[in-house]
Design a protein around this ligand. Sequence first.
Ligand code: XIL
Length: 320
Amino acid sequence: GFHIGTAVAGGGHHENQPYPDPFTSDRKYRQVLAAEFGSVSPENQMKWEYIHPERGRYNFGTADAIVRFAQQNRQVVRGHTLMWHSQNPEWLEQGQFTAAELRQILREHITTVVGRYRGRIQQWDVANEIFTDSGALRTTENIWIRELGPGIVADAFRWAHQADPRAKLFFNDYNVEGVNAKSDAYYALIKDLRAAGVPVHGFSAQGHLSLDYGFPDDLERNLKRFAGLGLETALTEVDVRMTLPASGVPTEAQLRQQADYYQRMLVACLNVSSCRSFTIWGFVDKYSWVPVFFQGQGAATVMWDDFTRKPAYYVLRSTL
Ligand code: XIL
């Protein structure tokens, strides 16, 4: 029941993606994806801007293909994501909708997307990144919370649960690996929602770490406190980026430290019985989001561009 997963690169990158869609065009990529992983997460293809590009029109092509691929290779799927402040289509963000219309739009989207993959998604990131680092709800950036108030979060979980009663429904965020203001905010919110009978089943930390910052030593303790609420836990987007030397090639010391960070994340998850899903956010450096998003940083995954294995890969294998 323990799954090692990866994000699936393939279409939907909204920022100057420097390569063609790997999932559909790179044979070697698909082979490694099938051989090495027990869980897959669409990196972009179930996000609003990709799967629901116009009002009333859905684009299920690549998402369907990923779910089919997973079934063929006996992999489970993590759905990502239903309610987020980022990567929403323009028609939604710029549309002048009334509150009643927006509520209906969200309900219809969740019912349609979750319903389409009913029985085939193990975990859904229902709400993604709804708090700021200081532990405040993103009341200005998140269209749903801004226009409909915080109660919409509970409704999203209820609608998702109706559409697929077997899927485990998660809150997911970054910078919540350790115990801090942001993870405290999730702890308080989820406790309230569970007390009110809202179908929340999981809490996950993304795990985007950087060698420029220390390792969150209280990761295990943090996962355990969420487990104490009766929740599943997971690490969903693990990668370990670094500031690259001028050569663009990481040093031996960086590679060792990177392997150590990966290992400590996996160990924390293995030490928490409710943590049964450990997903890396891409497995090969050339398709990683990191260099696109973090200037001067990279080499964040476990394989070199030719799919040979980095120290982090071997350390994860030997830890399992
Ligand atoms: C990233 C993808 O990896 C990129 O391809 C895309 O351009 C932007 O989003 N937190 C999340 C993920 O929950 O959805 C993000 O994925 C990375 C940060």
